[in-house]
Design a protein. Structure first.
Lengths: 290, 390
């Protein structure tokens, strides 16, 4: 029983991080119709910026987190303005190829700048685990879980409750009509891409201290983010959140009770089943509204 | 050599000399290197490359091989077996190298091996531990790193002193990790230890909590951990978070204890590590002078100290190939392979000499490297109590 509870807690923590990765990706897809293959690289960027701020500039952990989010959002903004805006009326394949290129360039720039050796980000939390009855959790992981939940809630509020969010949803439903109503499409796209990239960078800065920071760290992050988005339905924010938690818990229980050798395979088996039986995602409604 | 052939070779030499462009020395001898310079195990591959460059520069400073400089052609296998095979093909077909050193990971080496047989070019294997590499009957393979069986036998004498009674395994899901579990499991069963669970992790996995939770439930006393330093760091941190409370023994020699102290901190305390080079005490190595010189040269180049436990592999691999080319007297793949059977040299790890291994008639070469055990104690690398000098 203690083992099962620990597995569930591990799965929840892991799933929270998957959800954080997934919502940025699903937002960008849902609102802009761009398949962002560089999403994992913004995650790596967040981790490296946080590392640079902490280890080189000697800043505070929380300041470094903010700096990473701002850097991710700024680069996302730049990406949209410089690369995606001129291609707005091109097909989804064209922008996808551009983003694959951006991903390759970013990863290799990190390899060039930082070298291939993994870096470890220091953090101010105690390393001794918090013991809650039969289960244990590291304070840093608990912090990450809480902050991930907070960021997801903030993203949802932004989209549902603010004027910017309303403009985003309007753009998603009908770009031309929204433009006629006075919504600046360029501004909405740039804000969406910056927001999604900032979320990925936040995930990187949060998970960097738990894991290690290395140039190819974004590959795995991209893979998981895409899995989450497919599970939850493309462009579906609550779907991505639930999809993330589901994937984390499925992987954890699969590794714990079936075989750790097939841990990643278990996640993909679920995705294949979802694509077969509910091709628009587990949590899809009639139409996608981010 | 008869008089006639001496005259003949002299004539050939003169003919060659007149052909050469005046003022230009002879073409360098090319040696191919395949290492993971990017991807999840990039750190280790880059350290091996640095060690290989030291061997090259030392040899060239002594005049190269018969007056010809050594040139390393280094290919990145991106920590990916597919890339390792295409890198081997590129080095052989395009660059026409007479020998290759590579390819760090067992899966990468195994993927490159059919190319060696296809084109007939020898490869000195500097890191890979999977038994299959020398057992498969590929006569172009010469391994200077210990296969997991040899490592397990090297550890056998210390099992009682380590107090291993109930053991679990956690290994990277590759040929190396799977082979290591078999080898150490067999040895430990023979020594009367109870074997619990064998868990795996993907090479690029970062969250091993599920495996640790499962291992924790077995109630064993020791965890044998087989993977590269990046994942060892993560496992140790996550084991500490879950209060695993096991004696951890890492195998494969890629644990880089100095890096673990830096990155895993207190989580690495008390762990044991099988290593093939002890840069902390070079004087305890079979050739203390060479080991010291290597450590000093490494520091002089500004390479990080934690890379030395991988870096020496590059040095020893290139030194072995260069010696074989010297013995062969020419940089022809077949001649180099013949010469590899007769080389006998001192590497940073210790003596290198190949014995036959694998199916009769198609044997691979396997050297018998030295194996050491160190422990992380009080944030430093030390010899375990049972090995410390009286």
């Amino acid at each position: 029983m203690a083992e099962l509870l620990q597995h569930l807690l591990n799965g929840l923590v892991l799933g929270g991080t998957y959800a954080l990765l997934g919502i940025g990706l699903t937002l960008i897809f849902g609102l802009m119709n761009v398949v962002n293959f560089a999403h994992g690289e913004f995650y790596a960027l967040g981790a490296y910026v946080s590392f640079a701020a902490l280890a080189l500039a000697g800043s505070d952990f929380f300041v470094a987190l903010l700096v990473a989010i701002v850097a991710g959002a700024a680069l996302g903004w730049l990406c949209e303005v410089a690369l995606l805006r001129p291609l707005r009326n091109e097909s989804i394949d064209t922008t996808m190829l551009v983003m694959i290129g951006v991903g390759i360039a970013m990863q290799n720039a990190e390899l060039l700048g930082w070298g291939g050796v993994a870096k470890s980000i220091p953090h101010p939390f105690p390393t001794a685990p918090l013991v809650l009855g039969p289960v244990a959790i590291a304070p840093l992981r608990l912090f990450v879980l809480v902050l991930a939940a907070g960021l997801i809630a903030a993203a949802w509020l932004l989209i549902q409750k603010t004027k910017l969010g309303r403009a985003m949803r309007a753009t998603f439903q009908d770009r031309d009509t929204a433009a006629l109503m006075g919504v600046s499409i360029g501004r909405i796209h740039a804000a969406t891409f910056a927001f999604g990239s900032g979320l990925a960078a936040a995930a990187g800065a949060l998970l960097g201290p738990i894991f290690l920071v290395y140039p190819s760290m974004g590959d795995l992050a991209s893979l998981k983010a895409f899995s989450v988005v497919i599970l939850g339905g493309l462009g579906n924010l609550p779907g991505a959140t639930l999809g993330g938690l589901l994937l984390g818990i499925a992987e954890e229980l699969g590794a714990g009770y079936i075989s750790s050798g097939y841990r990643d395979a278990i996640g993909f088996v679920i995705i294949i089943l979802v694509l077969l039986f509910r091709p628009s995602g587990l949590f899809a409604r009639q139409e996608r509204i981010a | 050599m008869s008089n006639c052939s001496i005259v003949l070779s002299a004539l050939v030499l003169v003919a060659l000399a007149t052909l050469a462009v005046p003022g230009e020395s002879q073409a360098p001898i090319k040696i191919g290197v395949i290492e993971p310079l990017s991807g999840p195990v990039a750190a280790s591959g880059n350290y091996v490359r640095m060690g290989a460059e030291i061997a090259r520069d030392w040899l060239n400073a002594k005049g190269g091989i018969a007056g010809r400089k050594i040139d390393l052609l280094i290919e990145d296998n991106k920590s990916d077996p597919k890339e390792a095979a295409s890198a081997a093909e590129k080095l052989i077909v395009r660059d026409k190298v007479p020998a290759i050193m590579g390819a760090w990971g067992s899966s990468m080496t195994l993927a490159a091996m059919p190319k060696l047989e296809e084109y007939g070019v020898p490869m000195v294997v500097e890191t890979s531990s999977a038994a299959a590499i020398t057992k498969r009957g590929n006569p172009w393979i010469f391994r200077i790193s210990p296969p997991s069986e040899m490592e397990a036998l090297g550890l056998e004498q210390y099992v009682d002193k380590l107090g291993v009674k109930r053991v679990d395994f956690l290994a990277v899901n590759t040929d190396w990790g799977r082979g290591s579990i078999t080898a150490f499991g067999d040895m430990l069963k023979k020594k009367g230890a109870a074997v619990g669970v064998a868990e795996f992790m993907d090479q690029s996995a970062t969250d091993m909590n599920a495996q640790i939770t499962k291992i924790k439930a077995t109630g064993g006393d020791t965890l044998f951990l087989t993977t590269a330093v990046e994942q060892i760091t993560l496992v140790m941190k996550q084991a500490q978070e879950q209060r695993l409370g096991r004696k951890i023994v890492t195998t494969g020699g890629s644990s880089s204890p100095t890096q673990l102290i830096k990155q895993a901190g207190a989580a690495a305390e008390g762990s044991y590590h099988i290593v093939f080079f002890m840069p902390w005490f070079p004087e305890s190595m079979p050739d203390g002078k060479l080991a010291k010189a290597f450590v000093d040269e490494w520091a002089k180049r500004g390479h990080p100290f934690e890379g030395l436990t991988e870096g020496f592999r590059g040095h020893d691999g290139i030194a072995t190939i260069a010696e074989a080319i010297r013995v062969a007297g020419k940089d022809d793949p077949k001649a180099v392979r013949e010469a590899l059977w007769s080389v006998s040299l001192m590497g940073v790890n210790g003596p290198i000499k190949f014995e036959k291994d694998g199916p009769a008639g198609k044997e691979s070469g396997q050297s018998k490297p030295s194996i050491f055990v160190v422990q992380i104690r009080d944030g430093k690398v030390a010899l375990p109590d049972f090995l410390a000098k009286k």
